[in-house]
Design a protein around this ligand. Structure first.
Ligand SMILES: [Zn+2]
Length: 126
């Protein structure tokens, strides 16, 4: 089962004012990574099978999905963690905010407050 790692972060505004927050990251152990990789491979090869029945497009789609399957599986297998979200209090407007992150996001990262749209930087605590 993937576990959730929680790390301390800071939310910083343009003027350098900071508040404390929490960063939620999904962590995958080796079993999860193999399972996720096989799932991705099965999905893409199933799409290759389905695209067999599309006239003309199958000349491109079938080999495309067959190649994409192992490539995507290896990429998924190599990723050991996925960023989930950052939570904290916005240093500008004071609202409790939750910022959705992309799986590959790295810290520090600039983003926007979902409540007041101010530019915020998610950083490691000093
Ligand atoms: Zn705000």
């Amino acid at each position: 089962m993937p576990s959730t790692g929680i790390t301390q972060i800071q939310l910083r505004d343009n003027d350098g004012k900071t508040t404390d927050g929490k960063l939620y990251t999904t962590l995958y152990d080796s079993g999860d990574r193999i399972q996720r990789a096989l799932l991705r491979l099965a999905l893409l090869w199933a799409l290759a099978g389905l695209s067999l029945f599309i006239p003309l497009a199958h000349f491109v789609l079938v080999p495309g999905f067959l190649i994409a399957g192992p490539v995507a599986a290896v990429m998924v297998y190599r990723s050991t963690q996925a960023r989930d979200r950052a939570e904290g209090r916005c240093p500008v407007c004071g609202e409790e905010i939750s910022i959705k992150l992309e799986a590959k996001d790295e810290i520090p990262k600039w983003t926007y407050c979902p409540a007041c749209n101010a530019a915020l930087q998610i950083t490691e605590p000093n």
